[in-house]
Write a new protein. Structure first.
Length: 82
């Protein structure tokens, strides 16, 4: 099980969580209110390791907790659908 999110990379349709030697990729889309981008909706059922193996529900919830810990010192940007 991963221990920490160390870096997050996003583009218009996906997010990559770098977690040490492991990367987790998920699909989603930007969220905008009043014509201004204010977040990213991440679809939990698309979360997968680089090798294509999907994350279990427990792994998804762990990733969400690690993300919440990561944003304590960074800007919160993702709206989780878990």
């Amino acid at each position: 099980m991963i221990k920490a999110v160390t870096r997050i990379l996003t583009n218009s349709s996906s997010v990559t969580f770098e977690c040490g030697d492991v990367a987790i990729i998920g699909d989603g889309e930007f969220r905008a209110l009043s014509g201004k981008v204010d977040g990213f909706i991440l679809y939990a059922d698309t979360l997968r390791y680089e090798n294509g193996v999907k994350l279990s529900r427990e792994e998804q919830e762990n990733l969400k907790r690690l993300y919440q810990h990561f944003v304590l010192n960074h800007e919160d940007f993702i709206d989780w659908d878990i």
